[in-house]
Design a protein around this ligand. Structure first.
Ligand SMILES: Cc1cc2nc3c(=O)[nH]c(=O)nc-3n(C[C@H](O)[C@H](O)[C@H](O)COP(=O)(O)OP(=O)(O)OC[C@H]3O[C@@H](n4cnc5c(N)ncnc54)[C@H](O)[C@@H]3O)c2cc1C
Ligand SMILES: NC(=O)c1ccc[n+]([C@@H]2O[C@H](COP(=O)([O-])OP(=O)(O)OC[C@H]3O[C@@H](n4cnc5c(N)ncnc54)[C@H](O)[C@@H]3O)[C@@H](O)[C@H]2O)c1
Length: 466
């Protein structure tokens, strides 16, 4: 088979966005090539982002839980758990994921090219592998799914052995006693919980006034409370001026005049799209200041036949959304016709405890002058939460006072990221099926966390009928 021509789609990047597009296109009968510069499939999601961080979290949660269990407390001391050992275990999960994902390509007859992809024109991609080999692939369509990398300002020395970002933290060879986490976005908050769970004292530096201010305010406050309770000091509205690093540690100097000292620093202040050296200049395309590309509703760039999906197009920059963008984009290429849009993406934040939400927040509903009411269930009152010892948390349903339409689900605590999907399923129903009545009239397994929906819905109904 001639591998230099006849391709229908060449995909750059095997993260969730590229993989989903490749599979959808292959199933639609297209001849598809996948190009990734990494010699293993899965993208940054599998190797550096979602998967290792969630595998680490699972282990840290077990350590945290063991401290709450009188039978296990004393058997494990969080401070004796070594970061390197946790990384080792998370690598096993990564390896399993790579195996599963690589198999998808084999089964769907998608040809893999390991090498740096570079677009020569709207109809040609050049691939250079590490052994110096080169391929030129002529194709009808190109999909840019090259993802993102940690944003690294020029004045921070990321080669210093005590300065890390979310990639290099996975190679940290020691377990610090204290850490500075600079940047309190999702990555900063998640990693702060991992560190404090191991008894590492954390200074979490936030350049905004609140943590994760896109969240419902009550939930953001709860996160702040629990982070502090676990040993983090949160410093809001702070900006760094510079970082001094030596053999023993790192000093972060803040514009406010504070000097924070710790064994190590993790920089988690945003990400940039991987659009450098991929040949955009050959297409006349220019990314924005964060390296991201603009696309239309078909995920097509300004150049016909060249598409982009995933982190490289910016918000929401989630594996979940990237996967669907890839699928929908490829479906559009195969079938023509309107392309489905990725909307109402739920939030799933793997802090300890976790946070998840879908729909609108109280602040948004108040601003939009929607007459809403709140129904709440506190985990401490649910039998399942008492059995598991996971009493911290809350499920909150926001609904329209008159129509009872469910407008938002906000959950904090054990299993939040799973629980939210029950509410999401109801919210996705067309009127009049999206209604609070569903939770009141449905029999839930007992004792479960899902039962919280009935408790919260009845609580809400009582408020309306007062
Ligand atoms: C620490 C962390 C935790 C996260 N946790 C979550 C989470 O819990 N849930 C969630 O939904 N999202 C999470 N995310 C976000 C998620 O990982 C990203 O949204 C997702 O990886 C984006 O997928 P993608 O397909 O766009 O690209 P990526 O996963 O970034 O993969 C891009 C691929 O393209 C390759 N590539 C780049 N340039 C070239 C080139 N020129 N030629 C060939 N190949 C190239 C790269 O090697 C890489 O393999 C997390 C991110 C981080 C950093
Ligand atoms: N559980 C999850 O869903 C999950 C977990 C981790 C990461 N992620 C995704 O990874 C992405 C990155 O997360 P994060 O915490 O690093 O950053 P973030 O996007 O939340 O931002 C953190 C801080 O960095 C600043 N910033 C962001 N990008 C910048 C840039 N290019 N230049 C300068 N400043 C910038 C922001 O103003 C903010 O104050 C997010 O889009 C997030 O959705 C998701």
């Amino acid at each position: 088979m001639d591998i230099s021509s006849g391709w229908d789609l060449v995909v750059l990047g095997s993260g969730p966005a590229g993989e989903a597009a490749a599979m959808q296109a292959a199933k639609g009968g297209l001849r598809v090539a996948m190009v990734d510069r990494d010699d293993q499939m899965g993208g940054n999601c599998t190797h550096w982002g979602t998967i290792p961080s969630k595998a680490l979290r699972h282990q840290v949660r077990q350590v945290v839980r063991s401290q709450r269990n009188p039978l296990l407390r004393g058997l494990i001391s969080p401070r004796q758990v070594r970061w390197q050992d946790l990384i080792q275990r998370s690598r096993e999960v990564v390896d399993s994921q790579v195996q599963v994902r690589t198999d998808f390509y084999v089964r769907n007859r998608v040809r893999l090219f390991n090498g740096q992809g570079r677009i020569e024109s709207a109809g040609e991609v050049r691939v250079d592998d590490q052994a110096g080999r080169q391929w030129s692939l002529r194709t009808r369509n190109i999909l840019i799914a090259t993802g993102s990398r940690p944003y690294r300002p020029a004045d921070v020395d990321f080669d210093h052995p005590r300065i890390y970002d979310s990639d290099t933290i996975l190679e940290m060879k020691h377990t610090p006693r204290n850490m500075i986490v600079y940047g309190a976005g999702v990555i900063g908050c998640e990693y702060s919980c991992l560190f404090t769970g191991l008894g590492i004292r954390v200074d979490l530096v936030n350049n905004r006034q609140h943590l994760l201010d896109f969240l419902d305010a009550e939930i953001s406050d709860a996160l702040s409370y629990h982070l502090r309770d676990q040993g983090a000091t949160i410093r809001h509205s702070e900006e760094y001026t510079h970082i001094e690093a030596d053999d023993d540690g790192v000093t972060l100097v803040l514009r406010s005049g504070k000097r924070l000292r710790a064994d190590a620093l993790m920089w988690s202040n945003g990400r940039s799209g991987n659009t450098q050296n991929i040949g955009l200049e050959n297409l006349g395309l220019k990314p924005n200041s964060r390296g991201q590309l603009a696309v239309d509703e078909r995920y097509q760039t300004e150049v016909a036949g060249v598409y982009a999906v995933g982190d490289v197009i910016g918000w929401p920059s989630l594996a979940s959304a990237s996967y669907d963008q890839g699928r929908f984009c490829a479906q559009g290429i195969v079938e023509g016709g309107p392309v489905k849009q990725v909307t109402d993406v739920p939030t799933g934040i793997y802090t300890i405890p976790g946070i998840s939400s879908v729909g609108r927040t109280e602040q948004e509903l108040t601003e939009a002058r929607v007459p809403y009411e709140v129904g709440q269930a506190f985990f401490k009152n649910l039998a399942r939460a008492q059995i598991t010892g996971e009493r911290v948390g809350m499920l909150k349903i926001l609904f329209h006072r008159e129509t009872l339409e469910v407008l938002g689900i906000h959950c904090f605590g054990y299993q939040a990221m799973e629980i939210v999907h029950v509410g999401q399923a109801v919210m996705r129903q067309p009127a009049p099926n999206n209604t609070l009545h569903y939770f009141v009239d449905t029999t839930f397994n007992y004792p479960t966390m899902a039962e919280g929906y009935r408790v919260a819905a009845i609580n809400g109904m009582n408020r309306v009928s007062r």
